[in-house]
Design a protein around this ligand. Structure first.
Ligand SMILES: [Fe+2]
Ligand SMILES: [Fe+2]
Length: 169
């Protein structure tokens, strides 16, 4: 096995965390769609797909390193949002938590001098920078827009398209 029991256990937990994020983003997207904010809904449905991809990246890593995949129980995601600001603030705070979780995995990889894992986890470190920056931008735009959420939506879609273009993907 190319992975320690400890790291395999922590990564299995992270698979659950990423699927949990995916579920929460489906709830957030659904909140926006039910409020007729269809652009924000799309942003969060896309985000839900991305979190599923993250979970699967960790699953692939466990398989490639010869570890057992055992997805843990996933807590019920939040589904009651008071406002657009509340929903996006929940997403931002979720991303901050995930960043700590990824850092925790990296700590184990460092303790164990597991360079393969460090290389693998680096992708997630960079990804979290993007996720936090994306969510803070959306939150700031919503706060600045006040009641004019329709304007905030079109602006956010525009900004995200530019971010994707800048990333080259
Ligand atoms: Fe993620
Ligand atoms: Fe994320």
């Amino acid at each position: 096995m190319l992975i320690s029991e400890k790291l395999a256990k922590a990564i299995n937990q992270q698979v659950g965390n990423e699927f949990g994020a995916s579920l929460e983003y489906v709830n957030i997207a659904s909140y926006f769609e039910s409020e007729d904010m269809l652009h924000f809904a799309q942003v969060f449905f896309d985000q839900a797909d991305e979190e599923r991809d993250h979970a699967m990246k960790f699953v692939r890593y466990l398989l490639e390193t010869g570890a057992k995949v055992a997805i843990p129980a996933i807590p019920e995601p939040r589904s009651d949002y008071a406002s657009a600001e509340d929903a996006v603030a929940a997403a931002l705070s979720w991303e901050e938590t995930v960043t700590e979780q990824i850092n925790g995995l990296m700590d184990i990889a460092h303790e164990e001098k597991d360079y393969i894992a460090q290389d693998f986890l680096n992708w997630f470190v960079t990804e979290q920078l993007e996720e936090i920056s994306k969510m803070s931008t959306i939150l700031n735009i919503i706060r600045r827009a006040g009641d004019n959420l329709l304007l905030a939506e079109t602006y956010v879609v525009d900004i995200l398209a530019q971010m994707v273009a800048a990333e080259g993907g």
